[in-house]
Ligand binder design. Sequence first.
Ligand code: URA
Length: 433
Amino acid sequence: MRMVDLIAKKRDGQSLTNEEIQFIMNGYTNGDIPDYQMSAWAMAVFFRGMTEEETAALTLAMVHSGETIDLSKIEGIKVDKHSTGGVGDTTTLVLGPLVASVGVPVAKMSGRGLGHTGGTIDKLESVPGFHVEINNDQFIELVNQNKIAVIGQTGNLTPADKKLYALRDVTATVNSIPLIASSIMSKKIAAGADAIVLDVKTGAGAFMKDLEDARALAEAMVEIGKRVGRKTMAIISDMSQPLGYAIGNALEVKEAIDTLKGEGPEDLQELCLVLGSHMVYLAEKAASLEEARAMLEKAMQDGSALNTFKKFLAAQGGDVSVIDDPSKLPQAKYQIELIAQEDGYVTEIVADAVGTAAMLLGAGRATKESSIDLAVGLVLRKKIGDAVHKGESLVTIYSNSEQVDEVKNMLYENIKITPEPVQAPTLIYDKIL
Ligand code: URA
């Protein structure tokens, strides 16, 4: 087999066989196929697409390019959740303890973040003492004991994806549905999930800006899951404005605590209940989605969700007194209000721009090498559809510097107020089974 022939075959719109896809991914991972040929192939895929069969074969070839995690010593069906990312997305912090509290094992491998805020591990590290330096055996033992543990990315998972994703990033081939779908699903499958719940975001703050693209990505990922024998479903949810109110690491932990008590922002709580119900159902802990939702609502109300969060934090060295006294979380020196300059209704909160404003404060990393400030960030005081009076606060800026003019200007430009009332955006657009 020659790579040049396979590039030509894809360029001409033909489908590649399983063996041909394996040849490409093996050759690229071990260095036999150079970047310039792989770039040409990725561009051919970008324009010609892939069949469902090819996309599933590509996913499996990436899974088998490296190590896979064996979670078989954990009792029960392991359901993982993946979000395609957004601004102020606190769902993972809430969902883990929430579904674990009703008996669903959550064996979460997480990373540090690049972008608006840190990743799940960065956020959890705002709890003093919390760490993810546990070995695989301790990880499994903790999941069996508390139903939830989080470990940092270990081993050599999906090296083919790592290499290809970096290449796509510099060859304008990221935005291809089969390439994105196989990239995301390969990591979930290699990390040992039996079932997968996907939260595909759409809107200004999302990877997929419009609904049709989000739907196509969700369908592609669900199809891969089915073809490789993992129960998979997707929710398509709104990311035109940030989710919840908080954007920033410690601020999101505080919001997660409120949500686990059933006192969180309405949109965050609803999305967690919808995603969580599907996780509980796929884990076969409830006979219907309605029963699953009722279990989760009860866990929020009777304190068991919060209690599971406490046990999980304590087991990994965290100071659980932050739960009753969130002032023990890292605190920013200054709280500065962004004051509304007119009366009206909030019609737009451009999620990605608000995320960038949080990053300017130091809440996120611009490059892998940057450090982050766990205390800083933004708390929205208004969401789309809310009435605003001149002089009221639109956002509280949590900063370690008094100089926040650039952040303020960015927020004023991206939070639009008009005289006519508008409807709040739909939170959940669709469900793909
Ligand atoms: N996230 C991924 O993991 N892979 C992609 O290709 C795009 C987003």
